[in-house]
Design a protein around this ligand. Sequence first.
Ligand code: NDP
Length: 287
Amino acid sequence: MTAKIIDGNALSATLRGQLAERAAALSAKGVTPCLAVILVGEDPASAVYVRNKVAGCEKAGIRSLKFVYAADAKPEEVFAKIAELNADASVHGILVQLPLPKHFDSDAVLEAIDADKDVDGFHAENVGALAQGNPRFIPCTPYGVMKMLESVGTALKGAEAVIVGRSNIVGKPMALLLLAQGCTVTVCHSQTRDLNFHTRRADILVAAVGRPKMITGDMIKPGATVIDVGINRLPDGKLCGDVDFDSAKDVAGAITPVPGGVGPMTITMLLTNTLEAAERRLQGEKK
Ligand code: NDP
């Protein structure tokens, strides 16, 4: 069997075209959707992510503001900027690029963002809303994964979904979204006793670990849909996922590549959340 490739670039292009139309409709009503991005420090991967997010905004007709701080910036400076952006009615979304330098309390920073502008969906209020099955902003990466599953018509009701990784930004919200759609969800992590046992019975397998090629073809149920969230840089500079694509593609029914899979979808869903924030503001909808 050779798996169907779930092309994140192609799906993103389609969705971003629709987003550009929504942004134009908002602009025609006098509202220019606007995302503010805060970057602290010189982590090269974070700088690339921020650049891609800003470029994605521009192409979709979303205004972007970028604020860059040195790695030794005082947390108060960043809190002051967040307060200013919270109060600015022309800003609809605020994103602080993670990870922050060690002297920052990341949770406190995320909580400082107005929950109505929390387009990453990391504020406790939005995490709670998602857990209650009433999401307001869905974290972008798992949101993108759900769109990818939808695009290939993966059956969700009653499916065995196994997620490897339990982070707040990927694994946990992924589990909640799949659960809400009727999957039977198992979440694996570094203390899981027999990882293969779990992955081999997954109809839907999501890898979000950060270990190059750790999921090999023999760990996959024939015909499964495999979603590779991992982004790892190999010694030769090339990117690879958490899934060993070459062995996995012969077993899986559908699979996402790295690069060109979940990565572009994450940014697409960030743009989606920003537009939704702007549309809600226009409708005067409040929590
Ligand atoms: P974290 O480091 O926060 O979480 C990794 C998870 O993997 C943890 O829950 C950890 O378990 C688990 N884990 C580690 N080792 C093993 C193991 N041997 N077996 C099973 N589970 C294990 O990472 P993130 O969730 O932030 O990111 C995961 C990957 O996804 C990274 O490669 C990251 O770069 C990528 N990523 C990609 C995005 C995209 O847009 N495509 C967006 C966000 C992330 P424990 O909790 O027990 O420590």
